[in-house]
Design a protein around this ligand. Structure first.
Ligand SMILES: Cc1ncc(C[n+]2csc(CCOP(=O)(O)OP(=O)(O)O)c2C)c(N)n1
Ligand SMILES: [Mg+2]
Length: 579
């Protein structure tokens, strides 16, 4: 607790520190004199290390995506500070990513001062204070945050911060938003403390004994059981529990729209990855009992669905998914539980079931053979085509580059999500991350956050695989500058098809024989293309290189990784067949 100068801003920063927040990813404005002064006062007293470190981010999208990836890697929520309505709006789609990715983050914005005759310290004294007075500033984010509130006095600001973080961290985790007008953030206070231990996240929920038994029995008696999951691996400790259950009964595991490692990619019971499917998945069609655990999109019924008589069970911390207004799967049982706890319960019960070992072993052999055949077919595709680098060949080169390392890979490869998952086959829990949502531009700041979270393991390299469009959405001029200033170097590999393949493919899926298809005109090309790595060089002094020769690719990637290990970011644009 500080002595002397002590305001709401001081208490706010203390509360963040008490809660274990290490970084404040910030984009400051006229609303933040209270925070800036509190930092300066602490520094003057030699106490600035008692506060989280400020990471100045020239664009808000970088700030929030950095906090997002930091929390994904470490499990620890961080704070984001932005400027009133405009800064809040500039967080843009990253708020939706944080919600969909279920990551805890505390977002704070100032609010316009509410006095203008000099009544209170912090009152309006700049023209902009009239123009930034929004009718419903909290409403900007309300559809995407779990909680929003206004700090009305410094006397309970610590309670408010701890409550907001408690809500953010409790499953399903997510972003929370506090605003504080200038007068409140300047309020002088008597120093006070709080006990953050009283604000822990809610304890994990278990299945009832009846439901656990029902699911265990169904799985044990099934001929062709299947587990489908998307984000169980957000909790890396859940992965070995899933492995144990799958191995006990020889259940195949299908990863659907996976932005984390849910099940080791090289496991013989792995049934592959699916994103936007265009055809039926045979394992899904064959399954007689399906356990959907932690998934927002277990399949896309229009192209790929379970058999009509499949018995489906759904386990999720929030299985009704009220944040997705149109959502349903034809499950006979929906259960709200923590997946690690629930699968552990089911595995224990399965051990007590009468199991036909011959059936289980035959199934194990069958799934293993299928996954070996799938792997062999994929391996055969890992080569350039007619002297051109393909996304599959590129991903295989990245896999070889990182083999045996402890790297964290961020993926924002859009139409190449599936290819990247299939050829990277990430196996270590926590080693592979995506935003979890659909708003592009996450990996730029995400790499900074992931690296800061990994800095305690000096060896842990951060590698982002991004589409060229996604790279630009990530405001690389801002992200690369932050990376240099705060010593958070990473390797970025751009899957550069010189445009947006996604809207082109979307059009073809709806209008396969239409005029746009006939004219091959989708407004998706970036030609003539900007010097994408050059942006990083200019903004952050990054090592910048573009490559189109398949033979040179492995060497280029190796050199770039060596640069990163030397403490400097590298951006490699890999030219693929154009959109
Ligand atoms: C913030 C945001 N704006 C627009 C979109 C719509 N969108 C979806 S995919 C895509 C193109 C992505 O391009 P790129 O990263 O190069 O991947 P590619 O489609 O070429 O594989 C766009 C514009 C989006 N998802 N998010
Ligand atoms: Mg592209």
């Amino acid at each position: 607790m500080a002595a002397g100068y002590y305001t709401t801003s001081t208490a706010f920063l203390e509360a963040l520190a008490e809660a274990g927040v290490s970084y404040i990813f910030a984009n400051l404005g006229s609303d933040h004199p209270g925070l800036i002064e509190a930092f300066a006062q602490a520094k003057a007293q030699g106490r600035e290390h008692a506060y989280p470190q400020l990471i100045i981010c020239p664009h808000e999208i970088v700030a929030l995506s950095a906090a997002h990836a930091y929390a994904s890697v470490s499990g620890q929520p961080q704070a984001v500070v932005v400027h009133v309505d405009g800064g809040t709006q500039n967080l843009g789609g990253e708020v939706s990513n944080a919600m969909r990715g279920h990551v805890p983050v505390l977002i704070f914005a100032g609010a316009s001062p509410y006095t203008f005759e000099g009544e209170l310290p912090g009152g309006r004294n700049e023209f902009i204070h009239w123009l930034q007075d929004a009718r419903d500033q909290r409403g900007i984010l309300r559809g995407f945050v779990k909680y929003d509130n206004e700090i009305r006095t410094g006397r309970n600001v610590k309670q408010l911060v701890h409550r907001a973080l408690q809500i953010a961290r409790s499953d399903p985790a997510g972003p929370v938003y506090l605003v504080g007008p200038r007068e409140v953030m300047e309020e002088p206070l008597e120093p006070y403390g709080t006990d953050p231990a009283q604000f822990g996240p809610i304890a994990p929920a278990a299945l009832t004994a009846e439901v656990a038994a029902e699911i265990a029995t169904a799985l044990a008696r099934a001929r062709h059981p299947l587990i489908v999951t998307s984000y169980l691996g957000r909790n890396p400790d859940a992965v070995p529990v899933l492995v144990e259950l799958a191995e006990l009964l020889a259940v195949g595991v299908l990863e659907s729209v996976a932005f984390c490692v849910n099940f080791p990619g090289d496991h013989p019971l792995h049934c592959g990855y699916q994103f936007t499917t265009t055809e039926q998945n045979p394992a899904l069609a064959q399954a007689d009992v399906i356990l959907v655990v932690d998934s927002d999109v277990p399949w896309i019924p229009a192209t790929n669905r379970p058999a009509a008589d499949a018995e489906i069970y759904a386990i999720d911390i929030d299985p009704l998914k009220p944040t997705i207004p149109m959502w349903h799967i034809p499950a006979r049982r929906f259960a709200a539980a923590d997946s690690r706890v629930a699968l552990g319960q089911i595995a224990r019960l399965v051990r007590d079931e009468k199991i036909d070992t011959a059936v289980v072993e035959a199934r194990r052999a069958e799934i293993t053979a299928a996954s070996q055949a799938r792997r062999a077919a994929l391996d055969a595709l890992e080569r350039p085509e007619a002297g051109v680098i393909t996304p599959r060949y590129l991903t295989a080169c990245v896999r070889e580059l990182l083999a045996g390392t402890d790297a964290v890979v961020l993926t924002e490869t859009i139409t190449n999500y599936q290819v990247v998952a299939e050829h990277l086959r990430p196996a270590r829990p926590g080693s592979y991350l995506g935003s979890g949502g659909g708003s592009l531009g996450w990996a730029g700041g995400g790499a900074v956050g992931a690296k800061l979270a990994s800095n305690s393991y000096a060896e842990r390299t951060v590698v982002s695989l991004v589409g060229d469009g996604s790279y630009l959405f990530g405001v690389p001029s801002s992200a690369q500058w932050v990376a240099r200033r705060y010593n958070a170097p990473s390797l970025t590999v751009i899957y550069d098809n010189r445009g947006w393949a996604a809207p082109k493919f979307s059009t073809l899926r709806v209008h396969g024989q239409g005029a746009a298809a006939a004219a091959d005109d989708f407004h998706a090309s970036f030609e003539p293309e900007a010097d994408l790595p050059g942006i990083a060089a200019a903004a952050g002094g990054a090592y910048a290189v573009t490559v189109d020769d398949p033979a040179e690719l492995p060497g280029v990637l190796k050199d770039a990784l060596a640069v990163v290990h030397g403490g400097r970011s590298a951006v490699v644009s890999v030219l693929l067949p154009p959109v």
